[in-house]
Design a protein around this ligand. Structure first.
Ligand SMILES: [Ca+2]
Length: 298
């Protein structure tokens, strides 16, 4: 299965969004965008991914905070646009101990149950560490026939590896996904998603005062201003990239690459696993943001 070809067929897609929503300020955009794109996306469920950075005290705490943030964003979307919340689930509280051992969670169960309930492919859009997704796949290898994964993670292949937050969040889960037979499309971070730069004046111009959701997203960006108050600063809204592939596949171009193993030094070893995956090589930044603001503005 070539995911990009299926995305171009113009049909509405069954989607589960797996998100570490509280880890910074971009997952909120991605979740709102998915909810506000019903023509292209049938959002069946949202699952909370674990993370650990300065916004959490542990992977379990990061998952719980993400779970609560999902509820908050869905509430803001409903208040602002009248779109009803969808079911959402707690994810894993720990990382996979190795590439063969799944971690049980409501999220992994939901991915399996939802995917098996239809003859159509379910697109699992993962914008955090892959623990929930790879746990579902490892526990139920038959999901390879039922799902396609679109993952924001890793770096562009020309970086020859390198640490990256979503990949490092669960390296065993990353390797489990590449080792599996599940069709995979990736949006690499540095070199690809890193082009999705937004500044405070732009978002204020587009969304301030437009809705409670718009104000919340503006406030989050405003709170990111570096303490050094540089003349010019920006934020990358990484996570909208993965959702935008479903809304309009013309927003990216991709190439087929050998599936790879990531070692403990975060170096990639192409060809270590069988088969290929689709690697997004570039994104049309202005097109992506035009879609985003078009959907988020009332
Ligand atoms: Ca994320």
């Amino acid at each position: 299965m070539n995911i990009t070809e299926t995305l171009r067929n113009g049909k509405r897609k069954r989607v589960i969004l797996d998100t570490d929503t509280y880890n910074e300020i971009d997952d909120q955009f991605a979740l709102a965008l998915a909810m506000l794109s019903p023509k292209e996306i049938e959002l069946l469920a949202v699952t909370a991914a674990p993370f650990h950075n300065s916004n959490s005290s542990s992977y379990a705490d990061g998952m719980e905070r993400s779970y609560n943030e999902i509820a908050k964003v869905m509430d803001l979307v409903e208040k602002s646009h009248g779109v009803k919340p969808v079911p959402y689930y707690r994810g894993s509280t720990e990382r996979m101990p190795d590439i063969d051992t799944p971690v049980a969670s409501e999220a992994a169960d939901a991915i399996y149950t939802i995917a098996m309930a239809s003859d159509e492919i379910t697109y699992v859009v993962a914008i955090g560490a892959l623990t929930n997704v790879s746990s579902a796949i490892t526990a139920h290898p038959e999901l390879a026939e039922k799902i396609a994964v679109i993952w924001l993670g890793g770096q562009a292949r020309w970086y020859e590896g390198g640490g990256e937050f979503n990949l490092q969040g669960d390296r065993n889960a990353t390797n489990a996904l590449y080792a599996s037979k599940v069709p995979l499309l990736t949006v690499p971070c540095l070199g690809v998603a890193s082009t999705l730069i937004m500044t405070l004046p732009e978002i204020e111009y587009q969304l301030r005062g437009n809705s409670p959701l718009g104000d919340y997203l503006c406030d989050n960006i405003k709170n990111c201003e570096p303490a050094s108050h540089p003349v010019s600063w920006s934020r990358v809204i990484w996570d909208i990239s993965a959702v935008c592939t479903l809304i309009d596949p013309r927003c990216y171009w991709a190439s087929e690459q050998p599936r790879f193993y990531t070692d403990e030094n975060h170096r990639y070893h192409p060809g270590q696993y069988e088969g290929t995956y689709e690697h997004i090589d570039g994104l049309h930044r202005d097109h992506v943001f035009s879609i985003l603001f078009g959907r988020l503005k009332k």
